[in-house]
Design a protein around this ligand. Structure first.
Ligand code: LLP
Length: 425
C-alpha cells in the first residue's frame, strides 16, 4: 500500500496535493511519502519478528539524507557501497555498528574511512580485496570484521542486468572456494571472519531462488563453524521485488519471505542481516512531471512530458514498467492509447509504450509511480538537463530535501583551459 491516492479528485501524497508541490517546486520533481517509507520498514521488520534481524537499508536505492534519517529513526542500519554512501549514512545518524560495506572495488581510502567509522562488516568480494583490507587495517592498528560474499551460482530469474548470483557475474567469490578464503583469513592478522553474505539479484518475484541460495549458505556456515571459524551472523542481502505492474505477477509478501528465511535458518543460532532497498523505497516515491505537448504521429499519440530518461533511467535501461497516472482524477471513462516520452534525443527515452491512459493535454500533470528506488540516485545531466529536486511529504507538510540543480551550477562544473580562455587572447 502507498500513500499516493486521489482525494477530492486530485492526487495527493499523504495530505499534500501534488499540484501544490508542482506549483511551488516546479516539475519534474521526485516526491516521497514518509508514511509509506515507515510503513514498508515496519511491515518488513514485522515479517521477522522472531529473529530480529539487523535491517540495513541499501543506500544505493535512495541515498537522500532525509530518507536515510527517516529510516534511521525507525532503527534501520545501512548497506553502503562507496565512501559517498558511507558519509551520507553517518551524517543521517546511522551509527557505524549498523553499517555494512558491500561492493566489488573498495579503495584503500574507503576502507580507511569505514575502519575509522567502526562499521559492522566489510563484505569482501575477492582475495585481492581481502589482502588489501588486511594491509590497510594493519596500518591503522585495527582488525577488520570480514564477511566473504559468496556467489552461490543460482539463477535469480530476474532481468539479466540486475542478476548477481550466477558464476558468470562479477560479484562475490565462488562458494566452492569459500573454504580456502576463510582459511586465509585465519592466517592474516588484521582481518577477522565474522559472517558469510550473499546477494543474488534484485526485483526477484519468486522465493525459490532465494531459498536455494540461502540453503547453500546455511550448509557453508555449519561447515565453517566446524572448522573453527567464529561466524556470528549471516547477511542475506536484498532483492525482494515489488509490484510495479498491478496486473502482472505479484511478488511474494514480506511475511512469506520472512517465513521462508526462518524455515531455512532453522536453529543455526546466527544473527541475520538483511539489505532491502527497493522494497522500502520503491513505492514510497513518484516522479511528478508535466505534459509539454501532445504529438500525433502517423498512427500513434505521443505525450511528451518534461521528465526524461536522465531523470528516471529504469525504463530505458531495463525496459522497466512504471505505472503512469494523471494528477487530476479522470472524470470520464474516455481513454487514449499513447506513448509517454521525454524530450531527450534518444529513441530509448520512452517511459511507456502503447499505454492506455486518460487523454492528456499540454500542461496536465502526471506521476510516474514506483520511482522511489533507483530513481533520483541514477539520474544524470545528459542533454545538459539539471538534476531534479526531491521533496519529502509528512502528513500535511512537505519540504524540499534536495534542491533543483541550477543551470549556473551545472555549467560551472566545466572550466576552460588557459589556451581557450578569453584572458589569454
Ligand atoms: N545488497 C546488495 C549487495 C546489492 O547489490 C543490492 C542491490 C541490494 C542489497 C538491494 O537490492 P534491492 O532490495 O533494492 O533489490 N538499478 C537497478 C537495481 C540494481 C540493484 C543493485 N544492487 C534497478 O533499477 O532495478
Amino acid at each position: 500500500m502507498d500513500h499516493f491516492q486521489y482525494k477530492d479528485g486530485a492526487m495527493h501524497a499523504e495530505d499534500v496535493a501534488l499540484s501544490q508541490i508542482a506549483e511551488e517546486v516546479g516539475t519534474p520533481v521526485y516526491v516521497y511519502s514518509t508514511a509509506t517509507l515507515r510503513r514498508h520498514y515496519r511491515v518488513f521488520k514485522e515479517a521477522f519478528a522472531d529473529i530480529q534481524p539487523l535491517i540495513c537499508f541499501a543506500v544505493k536505492a535512495n541515498s537522500n539524507q532525509a530518507v536515510l534519517a527517516t529510516l534511521a529513526r525507525e532503527g534501520a542500519g545501512a548497506d553502503v557501497v562507496s565512501l559517498g554512501e558511507l558519509m551520507r549514512a553517518l551524517k543521517a545518524g546511522i551509527p557505524g555498528e549498523r553499517i555494512v560495506f558491500s561492493g566489488v572495488g573498495k579503495t584503500d581510502e574507503e576502507m580507511e574511512a569505514a575502519l575509522h567509522a567502526g562499521i559492522k562488516q566489510f563484505s569482501v568480494e575477492s582475495e585481492a580485496e581481502l589482502e588489501a583490507l588486511n594491509v590497510v587495517a594493519g596500518q591503522l592498528g585495527k582488525v577488520a570484521p570480514v564477511s566473504i560474499r559468496v556467489n552461490p551460482d543460482v539463477d535469480a530469474m530476474t532481468h539479466a542486468k540486475i542478476s548477481t548470483g550466477k558464476s558468470e557475474n562479477k560479484f562475490g567469490i565462488a562458494w566452492q572456494k569459500a573454504d580456502s578464503v576463510y582459511a586465509r583469513i585465519k592466517e592474516l592478522q588484521h582481518v577477522k571472519a565474522v559472517a558469510v553474505n550473499l546477494h543474488i539479484g534484485s526485483q526477484l518475484t519468486r522465493l525459490e531462488p532465494f531459498k536455494e541460495a540461502f540453503t547453500r549458505v546455511v550448509a557453508l556456515v555449519k561447515d565453517l563453524r566446524a572448522k573453527g571459524h567464529d561466524i556470528t551472523h549471516i547477511d542475506l542481502g536484498g532483492g525482494l521485488g515489488i509490484p510495479y505492474d498491478p496486473e502482472a505477477e505479484a511478488p511474494p509478501a514480506p511475511s512469506a519471505y520472512g517465513e521462508m528465511i526462518q524455515d531455512v535458518m532453522g536453529n543455526i543460532d546466527c544473527d541475520i542481516i538483511l539489505e532491502p532497498g527497493r522494497l522500502i523505497a520503491g513505492n514510497a516515491g513518484v516522479l511528478l512531471s508535466k505534459t509539454i505537448y501532445e504529438k500525433r504521429g502517423e498512427n500513434r499519440i505521443f505525450y511528451i512530458i518534461d521528465a526524461a530518461m536522465n531523470d528516471l533511467t529504469r525504463p530505458a535501461m531495463y525496459d522497466a514498467y512504471h505505472a503512469i497516472a494523471p494528477v487530476v482524477e479522470p472524470s470520464s471513462a474516455e481513454t487514449a492509447v499513447a506513448d509517454f516520452v521525454g524530450p531527450v534525443c534518444e529513441s530509448s527515452d520512452v517511459f511507456a509504450k502503447d499505454r492506455k491512459t486518460t487523454p492528456l493535454k499540454s500542461g496536465d500533470l502526471v506521476v510516474i509511480k514506483s520511482a522511489g528506488a533507483y530513481g533520483a540516485v541514477m539520474a544524470s545531466t545528459y542533454n545538459s538537463r539539471p538534476l531534479v529536486p526531491e521533496v519529502l511529504v509528512d502528513g500535511d507538510r512537505f519540504a524540499v530535501i534536495r534542491k533543483r540543480q541550477s543551470l549556473e551550477d551545472l555549467l560551472a562544473l566545466d572550466t576552460l583551459p588557459s589556451w581557450l580562455s578569453d584572458d589569454e587572447v
